[in-house]
Design a protein around this ligand. Sequence first.
Ligand code: PGA
Length: 271
Amino acid sequence: MDSMSQNLLTSPTVAANWKMHPDNLHEAEKLFAGIKRTASYLKNVTTVVCPPALFLGAMSKSYGGTKILLGSQDVSKFSGVGSQTGEVSAEMVADTGAKVSIVGHSERRAMGEDTADIKAKIMNVLNADMEVIYCIGESSRDEAGEYLAFLQKQILDVFKNVPSRFHEQITIAYEPLWAIGGGADKAVTRHDLHQASLFIRKILQGHFSPALAQNTKILYGGSVKRDNARELFVGTNIDGFLIGGASLNADHFCDILRIVNDLNEAKSDEE
Ligand code: PGA
């Protein structure tokens, strides 16, 4: 299959990971409507919403627009159809109109997903003509910098396995595990985020190409709130955010969309 000619997840991108929320479609539609009101007029940010997979079909049908990309939080490691009770394939997800899937989220890894599963899932997403948000992140930091070797392995495990024509369809979400699910004070510091994004690009440059290092989108995830989004986005060499908790409140999420949109607009005006 030919590589897609154009990335849908342009820089900057702000993606919502609703995880296992809300508990019914009606609430999901309400939350989505709240996000849509703002996302539909912002020109300088790409908005992605990843609801529970079960809601994707109905949400995609009632939305019908192009301004927000719908995504899945996961896909099956199995492809096609088969006797795999409870599984949802990438093809099924793509058929709902979803354009992207998160793969390798630390919460799924904690449920037993391993590198082989992640590689298979990523290929399934790409073969279904969707883009990937691939989550990486260390569980803790150490003075000696061993966590960097861990990040490098997570990057190379995937990029060395995926044919290069697909590489630019993979967006990396850097989500240190210790930073997920807290208040703004739990997030990474600007300095540490900048170091991590430089490191990720250095790995891509060293093992693949300067172009891949430059073109790969890096999102940060882990306790991003409207209070710290500006500080985390400016000067850290990232391309946006993957947001859990704060994406469940439309006002909070839209404030983050506006912050990233306006910062990007100001940057484009300067150029
Ligand atoms: P958080 O979650 O924003 O609630 O920290 C981020 C994630 O797990 O993707």
